[in-house]
Design a protein around this ligand. Sequence first.
Ligand SMILES: NC(=O)c1ccc[n+]([C@@H]2O[C@H](COP(=O)([O-])OP(=O)(O)OC[C@H]3O[C@@H](n4cnc5c(N)ncnc54)[C@H](O)[C@@H]3O)[C@@H](O)[C@H]2O)c1
Length: 318
Amino acid sequence: MSAPVAEIAVVEDVWGPTFDALAAERTVLRVPDAWQRPAELPALLAGVSALVVRNRTTVDRSLLASCAALRIVGRAGVGMDNIDVPAADELGVVVSVPFGANAVSVAEHTVGLALAVARHTVPLDTDVRSGGWQRRPGRELAGRTWGLLGLGATGRAVAALARALGMRVIAYDPYVPDGDIPLVPLTQVARDADVISVHLPATAETRGLVDDRLIAAMRPDAILVNAGRGEVVDEPALADALSAGHLFGAGLDVRATEPPTPGPLENLPNVVLTPHVAGITAESQDRITQVLAQDIRAVLDGGTATSPAGIGQPRRQP
Ligand SMILES: NC(=O)c1ccc[n+]([C@@H]2O[C@H](COP(=O)([O-])OP(=O)(O)OC[C@H]3O[C@@H](n4cnc5c(N)ncnc54)[C@H](O)[C@@H]3O)[C@@H](O)[C@H]2O)c1
């Protein structure tokens, strides 16, 4: 007798108590490294109704079309660069994205990176561990200006923390209405901000937005943090500027290629690097899996998702 086809497939490293509960009710296929073998995914997902991914599984039109029973894709995170949402809409597959569920986590990490750069935390830690005691002065952020590139959920959460530190906040985002945070041109963020943090998705407009010219226009003692998408920052241009002593330092949670091949940025002492974890905390993962589990249950039972991207209407029926 062949094994029953799983209703739900989790093909990246996503789990937690909420998914334990889901797995107690429904059949769940859990293959956290399946995303590494994209050619095998159509066969693995044959008959599956719900697919759960992070950002490493390419959910393109051909995969969506090959999974005839698929009714919902749950994205454990907020970026949608790896999912063809228009194709999912056309094919009647709901894409559930827990918008904003990791914004506080991203904001805390973003501020943490800026503070680590400002206070030389990583090189001082390395020095103390090897017996040193160099009491090198850092810099305060209070009274300075924080510039946001992208004023969505994560940018707004950073603004709240930056203000709590006593900073003035400005933002560049042509797609949001005027509100309590002054919106300014990109060049003004570069000119005026002491800390600039990137909270942009990777799109045709944003790729390479932070290029050599924009970096040259930044204050020579500015700190740049990228917690959006790596492709937005021209990494060779950033490494050149930092090597030349332009900019105080940088904190990078996301990279153009992940994982990156170690290069000039890895050798600079005023750069703090983390492996795309800004949004990953116990709390955010709990919020994310709750939204996904709720939407998966709803769609598989013939209802609608609470947090859909795109049209979000399941046309494929149970
Ligand atoms: N490092 C991490 O762990 C992590 C976690 C969450 C999100 N992210 C990334 O950060 C990005 C932002 O997340 P979010 O939750 O704030 O998303 P969001 O959709 O709420 O906000 C994105 C903002 O970018 C703005 N934007 C889009 N194109 C722009 C452009 N060309 N110029 C200026 N602004 C533009 C939008 O208007 C929007 O306000 C996500 O797309 C994701 O790629 C990374």
